[in-house]
Design a protein around this ligand. Sequence first.
Ligand code: HEM
Length: 521
Amino acid sequence: MEEATSSPMVDLFSSQNYFTVGLSVIIVLITILYIKLIPKKPAKSPPMEGRFLWPFMGVGKRFGTEPVKLLNECKKKYGDVFTLHVAGKCFTFLTDAELFQYFFNPAKGNSIRVKNKKPSGEEHKLAISFDHAVLEFISRVFGIPVNDFMSQHITMVNTMRAKLSPSTTLPFYTKEIASNLMDVFEKTTENNTNVMGYVWDPKGTDDLFKAITETLFWSTVKSLYDKKAFISNEQDACKSFQTIDSQFEIRASGYVPESWMKTFKGSKDFLLKMISSLSTNMDDTTPDNEKRMFQLLREALKDVVEDQSTIDHFGLAMLWASQANSLPSSLWTICYVCKEPAIYENLQKEVDEVFANHLENPRDLTFEKLNLFPYVKACIYEAIRIIPPGMLIRKVMHPIKLPDRDIIIPEGHNLCISPFITHLDDCYYDEPLKYRPERWLESGENSLSDRSKQFIAWGRGPHECPGKAFSIVEMVTFIALFFYKFRNVKINGEIPSPALHRLIGVPHPSQPISISFEKRN
Ligand code: HEM
């Protein structure tokens, strides 16, 4: 018999063995990587969902497609504090309204810093930070340099808060809104071609959101920037805004470089150019009480930023913030009102009564006169209650312990609350899914107000939306005039669901909405 010639040494280096050894090394490396990527869960930290799922993703896919369902499931499973592991990041949600004070007012010592951690500098005084939570995506989307955002973002917010208040310039900014809106509602293909905005067909529209956007965009811009702002033959500013808004999440995520997002970049550059030319042509001799919001913002920033073009980037951020929530909130209000005949009738009655008895010309609807529309306001609040911004976010800068709970939220977590979850919780609202504007008008025990602890659509505390008062004025004016100008408004088909991938801000509709109406001459 022939002896075997191959030694064990030779066997070891056969191609099959190379493969087996290679495969084993890869498996070991993947296992090490997997274990390394599983987020650490320090003792006493909140229960975590998605920790052991493929660590790059966690519950990322579900969070991006059905966040509300996921949050409700977790709330049931873990209680009112839990963490989601999303694509390597930890999002800790507080769902009990009693805990919101720790989220909104950390400065008052509400969130208790864990003792052995010492703050290292001024900006780290607070255990949680708004600025650190939004810094990256704000600078990606609007191009505000990180250092300028950290040092001057508060200047922007304080300037807006001071000037968009009923006791200062808010009545001035809002005095022409009615007239500007009427110009657009009355625009036809034959007349007023010099008025920017949508042409409302006398019978209806197949895309209500587009119609609202192209109407309200221009009136907001005229109020806050300049009467003639952004008008150009080169490109449509409203379309540029729509492009930025629709691609906001993709750019904010940072997964796609801006150079690959040609239409986004083109729109952003165009709007920055428009804002910059506005800056250059500003008349500094305008009396303070007649200066537009952007002019005041520019004055507040010009001596504190090194590169003057940074002001334009702040101006772009303010432009987006001033539109992104008011537009869908106006849309959802019209949809809900039209779907409930009794509500529609009540609202129409109020609108008709005010325009018949208190205002000869709808264009004269001033700031003071808006108090004549309590039912319109209640309809808007109720729509924002049911379809609010998806979530509010802060960064945990130092581990925090929630009083009375054996839970420590680790440093680095994103701390979140979701108006969607709270506003639809039957602990806080009777029949929460029911659109019932009357709940905002009830008195006594049931009375609600936008200060109720469970109503958080505009946030609360030091970061409460600085445009809140402006947005209410704008939306009440818009809805009152819409139902003055258009009669027998009917939504054709079902109201589509909100597109929930948009968690920062009020969601858009998932489908175009078609409506028909008769237009009053
Ligand atoms: C329906 C209308 C609106 C809603 C529901 C809304 C909601 C919000 C929310 C929830 C926040 C974050 C609050 C937090 O994290 O605690 C916010 C921030 C902000 N909003 Fe609004 N908003 C609306 C309209 C407006 C308007 C019209 C403007 C501008 C005129 C505006 C400007 C801003 C700005 C600049 C911030 C950032 C605040 C900061 O950085 O501290 N918003 N808004």
